[in-house]
Design a protein around this ligand. Structure first.
Ligand SMILES: NC(=O)c1ccc[n+]([C@@H]2O[C@H](COP(=O)([O-])OP(=O)(O)OC[C@H]3O[C@@H](n4cnc5c(N)ncnc54)[C@H](OP(=O)(O)O)[C@@H]3O)[C@@H](O)[C@H]2O)c1
Length: 232
């Protein structure tokens, strides 16, 4: 499988890249800074995903080298913890630029290569968050940007089904990464307390659902957001 994962320098994207490389797949990754990830199956693109022309160049390079993609995982994202009254528009726009608009542009460029997947069941997987169903206060812009991603998932699943491309999202509870380091003390514990399974989600917990959602085993699943940890 040839899989493109965004945000592979750290966190979820990094763990997924390492996992799929271990499984013998070809992984294309990207982030602004370099990863130090050195593996014969790995190609890295240093770019800012909020720059649409850089996104187009990355997918052009993938087309030149591989001719197609089998899966795209839109993992790169950022959050902010602040009352909306204290969040300047410029910050809100920057968050939407990465969390929503870069997912849109990667999916648009990615779909051109995913439709050429010999599997006939190519997949886009977006990463969402419990901040959406829980409408977490202090995370208005982040939650709104990810709610937009979940809606993108539903609509895009219909628009891409005819091209043999499925589109799903994975909704994550807190996972220990650079992103959660910015959360106030005690907040992660109180979120875990709201989960049905009351422990921190680990990278090992993510891998199985991601593998399922990007593989042909979920060939009849599209337009869904699967939440981990029991969030209802
Ligand atoms: N961690 C959690 O608890 C949690 C919970 C729910 C949902 N999520 C979601 O999971 C996804 C991954 O989060 P994470 O925790 O793994 O975050 P992370 O550790 O901060 O990783 C984010 C990755 O994205 C890259 N990135 C950030 N801005 C970029 C840009 N403008 N252009 C290109 N790459 C960029 C970063 O590399 P560079 O800095 O080098 O660009 C980094 O590799 C996000 O969508 C997040 O919303 C996370």
């Amino acid at each position: 499988m040839i899989i493109l994962i965004t945000g592979t320098r750290t966190g979820v994207g990094r763990a997924l890249a390492e996992h799929f490389l271990d499984q013998g797949h070809q992984v294309v990754g990207c982030s602004r800074k370099s990863t130090g990830l050195d593996h014969p199956g790995y190609r890295h693109h240093g770019l800012d995903l909020t720059d649409p022309s850089a996104v187009k160049s990355m997918f052009r390079a993938v087309r030149r080298e591989f001719g197609h993609l089998d899966a795209l995982v839109n993992s790169a994202g950022r959050s902010n913890m602040n009352h909306f009254m204290m969040t300047p528009d410029s910050v809100a726009r920057d968050i939407f630029d990465l969390n929503f608009f870069s997912v849109l542009s990667c999916s648009r460029e990615g779909a051109k290569l995913l439709q050429k997947s010999p599997s006939g069941s190519a997949a886009i997987l977006n990463i969402s968050t419990v901040a959406v169903p829980w409408a977490l206060d202090g995370q208005l812009v982040y939650a709104a940007s990810k709610a937009a991603v979940e809606q993108l998932t539903r609509v895009m699943s219909k628009e891409l089904a005819g091209f043999g491309i499925r589109v799903n999202s994975l909704g994550l509870p807190p996972v220990r990464t650079v992103l959660t380091r910015t959360l106030p003390e005690g907040m992660v514990d109180s979120l875990i307390e709201r989960q049905a399974i009351k422990r921190m989600c680990t990278m090992a917990d993510l891998v199985g659902p991601v593998e399922f959602l990007v593989s042909e085993r979920s060939g009849f699943v599209t337009g869904e957001t699967l939440f981990l940890g029991g969030v209802n």
